[in-house]
Write a protein that binds this ligand. Structure first.
Ligand SMILES: *[C@@H]1O[C@H](CO)[C@@H](O)[C@H](O)[C@H]1NC(C)=O
Ligand SMILES: *[C@@H]1O[C@H](CO)[C@@H](O)[C@H](O)[C@H]1NC(C)=O
Ligand SMILES: *[C@@H]1O[C@H](CO)[C@@H](O)[C@H](O)[C@H]1NC(C)=O
Ligand SMILES: *[C@@H]1O[C@H](CO)[C@@H](O)[C@H](O)[C@H]1NC(C)=O
Ligand SMILES: *[C@@H]1O[C@H](CO)[C@@H](O)[C@H](O)[C@H]1NC(C)=O
Ligand SMILES: *[C@@H]1O[C@H](CO)[C@@H](O)[C@H](O)[C@H]1NC(C)=O
Ligand SMILES: *[C@@H]1O[C@H](CO)[C@@H](O)[C@H](O)[C@H]1NC(C)=O
Ligand SMILES: *[C@@H]1O[C@H](CO)[C@@H](O)[C@H](O)[C@H]1NC(C)=O
Ligand SMILES: *[C@@H]1O[C@H](CO)[C@@H](O)[C@H](O)[C@H]1NC(C)=O
Ligand SMILES: *[C@@H]1O[C@H](CO)[C@@H](O)[C@H](O)[C@H]1NC(C)=O
Ligand SMILES: *[C@@H]1O[C@H](CO)[C@@H](O)[C@H](O)[C@H]1NC(C)=O
Ligand SMILES: *[C@@H]1O[C@H](CO)[C@@H](O)[C@H](O)[C@H]1NC(C)=O
Length: 503
């Protein structure tokens, strides 16, 4: 009897379970969904484009704008009201959408607290509240009970408090985007439990403490963005073990110590931003050997030593920001052999020597910013033949030579030409008036002679002209005063003929 009783009792339990389960299904139906949505509509105080005009009692919610139903159960499966400029708070009845899988309320003006009733959305996979005015003492702890969650974004709201530990119970999470809130405290060690996590964005919050070494457990991570916080300590060596990591943003924190060379022992890294920290020591020599790396930003640290000279033929580097550090030595002679290179900032360092003269024929430099170093020699002529050039900033160095007569025959995009405080001589080429995109012309503090180009007034976008402290002579072309955008004009300390015009 006992042997027979046990299984039949189990069968009974199983049947009971199924019955209760179907009871749960029948307890709510499409009418529940409809009233939940109508309740939400009644909480919306502004719908400037009348998006919700056809949300009415007389029609099925499955036909309403922003609503999609599950074809099998005919229940509301996704609610996407993104970018409708709706204003209002969230009705607690929204938690009645019991089979909802996607909830996207991004880019609206929803405000107030996120109602706890949403904890009942147990099937929710995508929860996107980004770009609203949600205000909460805390990222809701109950989010940790939304056990199906795959993508979570609360970006650009006003959430305060700590990151709830419950979040790290959500083992299916692939995306967490909490950028631009007021979240404080440390990044919990538990973060390492999210083995599926591909994207972690915590940029622009008030996080402090160290980057936890458990980050090395995030074996699926592709994008890690912790910029604009107050993180301190070193960059954990373990970051180099994240074999899927493509994008690493740690800029604008208080990170110190050296850059772990393990970071560059990665074959998929594309962008790295470590700018505005207190990192010291040298740049790992493997910098130019990752073939996938496109963007490097180490601006404003205490890095020293020389810029790595070994440049791998396969490098696809496009953007290199190394300004505001203490680098010494010369620019690697084959730097401009990188055909993909577009943007180069070496400003405010202690670099010296002359500029490399060899260039890959395919290279299209846009920004070349070398201000405040100790470079010598002449500017290689290829630079003035780079039709893509936008910023050419060579000021405060020891460059010498002339500006070539045909300087602006090929620089239609040039916005800034800066060579102040160098040892240039000769005249200012007439062809400068061909650089019609120029906004800033900084030639002061050199030994330029001759006249100011008479057609300088053709440069109608000029905002700043510094020709001071040279040996220029002759008349000041009157058309210079016709440039309506001009805000700064320095002609001091030359031997120009005075005019009655003043600016
Ligand atoms: C939904 O369920 C309620 C009772 O819970 C019932 O009165 C109503 O007729 C049902 N509606 C539909 C469309 O099944
Ligand atoms: C509501 O508007 C949308 C978009 O204009 C339309 O696709 C849908 O059929 C309308 N639904 C009803 C019930 O009128
Ligand atoms: C919907 O949710 C609200 C608040 O969460 C609750 O009070 C109400 O009973 C629910 N209504 C239905 C029809 O389930
Ligand atoms: C959330 O919505 C924003 C704006 O529509 C979008 O850019 C972002 O990719 C979405 N994030 C997630 C995790 O769905
Ligand atoms: C998001 O927040 C950041 C930081 O406050 C701000 O700079 C950005 O403009 C915001 N984005 C939008 C679309 O509101
Ligand atoms: C995580 O889940 C476990 C098991 O469900 C639970 O005991 C624990 O309290 C949860 N942790 C947090 C921080 O919510
Ligand atoms: C990291 O992963 C290891 C191995 O999978 C595991 O033992 C450990 O508990 C994980 N650490 C955290 C903080 O999740
Ligand atoms: C780089 O990776 C190789 C193989 O994956 C490993 O043997 C080596 O220790 C790593 N080097 C660093 C600095 O992490
Ligand atoms: C670079 O900085 C490190 C750490 O600050 C220091 O130990 C080292 O001597 C410096 N090297 C050079 C070449 O200045
Ligand atoms: C670089 O690689 C390309 C193809 O991968 C090859 O054609 C070229 O000769 C190489 N250049 C140098 C300088 O090694
Ligand atoms: C550079 O490439 C262009 C075509 O893109 C070609 O016309 C020119 O001859 C090349 N110059 C040199 C020096 O190889
Ligand atoms: C402007 O450039 C063209 C060639 O692009 C050249 O023919 C012309 O002489 C230049 N003008 C001046 C003032 O140099």
């Amino acid at each position: 009897m006992l042997e027979m009783g046990k299984p039949s009792f189990l069968v009974f339990l199983l049947l009971l379970h199924c019955f209760m389960g179907s009871l749960a299904w029948t307890k709510t139906n499409i009418s529940t969904d409809k009233s939940a949505l109508l309740a939400l509509k009644s909480y919306i105080t502004s719908d400037p484009y009348d998006f919700l005009a056809n949300w009415s009692v007389s029609s099925s919610p499955c036909n309403w704008i922003g609503v999609r139903c599950d074809t099998r159960h005919r229940r509301v499966h996704s609610l996407n009201l993104g970018g409708m400029e709706l204003k209002g708070s969230i009705s607690p009845q929204l938690g009645n959408l019991s089979i909802l899988v996607e909830l996207d309320l991004s880019y609206n003006n929803f405000y107030g607290q996120i109602p706890k009733d949403l904890v009942r959305l147990r099937n929710l996979k995508l929860f996107n509240l980004s770009y609203n005015d949600f205000h909460d003492e805390q990222v809701p702890t109950w989010i940790g009970d939304l056990s199906s969650l795959v993508q979570l974004s609360v970006r650009n709201n006003s959430l305060n408090g700590f990151i709830p530990l419950s979040l790290f119970n959500l083992s299916s999470l692939e995306i967490i985007d909490c950028n631009f809130n007021f979240i404080e405290g440390t990044i919990p060690l538990e973060v390492g439990r999210l083995k599926q996590l591909k994207i972690l964005r915590l940029e622009g919050n008030k996080l402090s403490g160290n980057i936890p070494h458990t980050i090395s457990n995030l074996s699926s991570i592709e994008l890690l963005s912790l910029s604009y916080n107050s993180l301190s300590g070193g960059i954990p060596n373990e970051i180099g073990h994240l074999s899927q990591l493509k994008i690493l943003y740690l800029g604008v924190n208080q990170l110190a110590g050296s850059i772990p060379s393990s970071i560059f022992n990665n074959s998929v890294l594309q962008e790295i931003d470590l700018s505005t920290n207190q990192l010291s020591g040298e740049i790992p020599s493997s910098l130019f050997s990752i073939s996938t790396l496109r963007v490097v930003d180490f601006t404003q640290n205490n890095l020293n030593g020389s810029v790595p000279t070994s440049i791998d033929n396969g490098t696809k580097l496009e953007v290199l920001y190394l300004g505001y550090n203490s680098f010494i030595g010369e620019i690697p002679s084959s730097l401009f052999s990188i055909s993909t290179l577009r943007v180069v900032y070496f400003n405010q360092n202690n670099l010296s020597g002359s500029l490399p003269t060899s260039i890959n024929n395919g290279t299209r430099l846009e920004d070349l910013v070398l201000r405040f170093n100790s470079f010598i020699g002449e500017i290689p002529s290829f630079i003035w033949n780079m039709p893509s050039l936008r910023l050419a900033m060579f000021s405060e160095n020891h460059f010498k030579g002339n500006l070539p007569d045909e300087i602006c025959h090929q620089l239609p995009l040039l916005e800034i030409l800066g060579v102040t405080c160098n040892q240039f001589e000769g005249s200012i080429p007439q062809s400068i008036t061909n650089c019609t995109s120029l906004k800033g012309l900084y030639l002061g503090g050199n030994s330029f002679t001759g006249f100011i180009p008479k057609d300088i007034g053709n440069l109608v976008k000029l905002e700043k002209i510094d020709l001071g402290a040279n040996n220029l002579s002759g008349p000041i072309p009157p058309n210079i005063f016709n440039i309506s955008t001009l805000t700064n004009l320095n002609l001091e300390a030359n031997i120009l003929l005075a005019f009655s015009h003043h600016i």
